[in-house]
Ligand binder design. Structure first.
Ligand code: HEM
Length: 319
């Protein structure tokens, strides 16, 4: 009896200790005393790189999503393979680009405040700055993440462009994101490119009768057939044709007109809640605000804070 009382009491203190560790968690301005220049330094690196190569903004935004959805936002996407194959080597991550921008930001920060700023926070800041550089919204990024020590290709289980709405809603809800977040964050597809093999099933022989996906606008489908031939594995298409280098609301206008590129984009119309959000976002007045809110929420997923993890010296390798 006495022993079980003792274990209840020690459990209680353990819970208190964990709550304490969480309380030291993320906040806006985490580095305000230890590295006040952090945001300016990262922004300078991102803007300089994107001035030369504006298309880098899209993969940088996507990289943060891919980091947060596997092991939480812990910078595990940034680690290179060593004894095991890292997340980076998984198929959906092979088209990520811009790792050099994280390295450059880290190198610049190490000169000014060595050992202070985590790679996972750098990635969160870069994702925001990339959106700003493409004329999108800004938001206050919470910082205080620490870097993970594990990156394993076998743990990469990201939402797929072939997913239906039920699967997408479940995948997002396991990360603490609701239907609105799913729709709003899918708005990231207002920038960047997608490769033919990830959508050409929608153009050719969709149900085995030589047809195309009925949820894809037929005129749009015939335009896409001119660009993606059946065996084409290399061509990339603008996901938001005409404004794929500008972060704007037009993705939702396209999806509402059944012109989303992937099945996962089209699927947003298949559920009354998500459909309602697509139509709301297409009207345009709330997208920029909502996107920042959902990005902050995504950025809280599975983070390491307090004394967990480490602050890497180089983002590609554990200390
Ligand atoms: C809802 C589930 C999602 C699925 C199934 C999905 C799937 C994809 C796929 C298949 C591509 C094309 C990759 C390629 O062909 O190289 C892509 C590109 C992209 N995704 Fe998503 N995505 C999702 C959510 C998101 C989210 C939440 C964001 C960010 C907030 C995002 C941002 C991007 C960006 C910016 C690109 C363009 C990348 C580039 O141009 O290199 N996606 N996505």
């Amino acid at each position: 009896m006495a022993a079980s009382k003792r274990s209840v009491v020690s459990c209680f203190f353990l819970v208190l200790l964990l709550a304490e560790a969480n309380a030291q968690g993320l906040k806006v301005g985490f580095y305000s005393k230890t590295c006040p220049q952090v945001e300016g330094i990262v922004k300078k690196v991102v803007f300089a790189a994107m001035k030369k190569a504006p298309t880098l903004g899209a993969p940088l935004l996507r990289m943060f999503f891919h980091d947060c959805f596997v092991r939480g936002c812990d910078g595990s996407i940034l680690l290179d393979s060593s004894n095991n194959q890292a997340e980076k080597n998984a198929v959906p991550n092979l088209s990520l680009r811009g790792f050099g921008i994280i390295d450059d930001s880290k190198a610049a920060l190490e000169k000014v405040c060595p050992g202070i700023v985590s790679c996972s926070d750098i990635l969160a800041l870069i994702a925001r700055d990339a959106v700003v550089a493409l004329e999108g919204p800004t938001w206050e990024v919470e910082t205080g993440r620490r870097d993970g020590r594990v990156s394993n290709i076998n743990e990469v289980n990201l939402p797929s462009p072939f997913d239906n709405i039920t699967k997408l809603i479940t995948e997002f809800s396991t990360k603490g994101l609701n239907e609105k977040d799913l729709v709003v964050l899918s708005g990231g597809h207002t920038i960047g490119m997608g490769h033919c093999p990830l959508m050409s099933n929608r153009l050719y022989n969709f149900t085995g009768r030589g047809d195309s996906d009925p949820s894809l606008d037929s005129e749009y489908a015939s335009n896409l057939r001119k660009k993606c031939k059946p065996a084409d594995t290399t061509t990339a298409l603008e996901m938001d044709p005409g404004s794929f280098k500008t972060f704007d609301v037009s993705y939702f206008k396209l999806v509402a007109k059944r012109r989303g590129l992937f099945q996962s984009d089209a699927a947003l119309l298949d559920n009354s809640k998500t459909r309602g959000y697509v139509l709301q976002q297409a009207r345009g007045s709330t997208f920029f605000h909502d996107f920042g809110v959902s990005m902050v929420k995504m950025g809280r997923n599975g983070v390491l804070t307090g004394r967990a993890g480490e602050i890497r010296s180089m983002c590609r390798v554990r200390n």
